[in-house]
Design a protein around this ligand. Structure first.
Ligand code: FES
Length: 111
């Protein structure tokens, strides 16, 4: 009997993948090269708060508890204090290795 299909099965990992862990859901999704953290979550069937998707509105802002990111935009909408406190904008954040985000509003997308 085949294993039940999960969101991760829909996006089989490759050697190049890095991983995004979403807390408090406790799920892990692959992040393809060039994908933002938001794009990876959406592709795996999870909803995160978002609006502009270009790093300006801050709707997606949440805390990164592990890992490092770089940004697609030169000036993502975070203050230096927010950055130093571990805040990130997943819509334009590209992981540099595995990343853990704490986003209490994250949920599985309804089908
Ligand atoms: S969705 Fe607007 S800053 Fe991320």
């Amino acid at each position: 009997m085949p294993a039940p299909i999960t969101p991760l099965d829909a996006h089989p990992s490759t050697v190049e993948d890095t991983w995004l862990t979403l807390l408090p859901l406790g799920v892990r999704v692959p992040v393809r090269p060039g994908q933002s953290l938001l794009e990876a979550a959406l592709a795996a069937g999870f909803e995160l708060p978002r609006s502009c998707r270009n790093g300006t509105c801050r709707a997606c802002r949440c805390r990164m508890t592990q890992g490092r990111v770089r940004y697609r935009t030169e000036w993502p909408g975070l203050s230096p204090d927010e950055h130093d406190a571990g805040e990130v904008l997943p819509c334009v954040a590209l992981p540099e290795g595995d990343v853990t985000l704490n986003q209490p509003l994250a949920r599985r997308a309804s089908t």
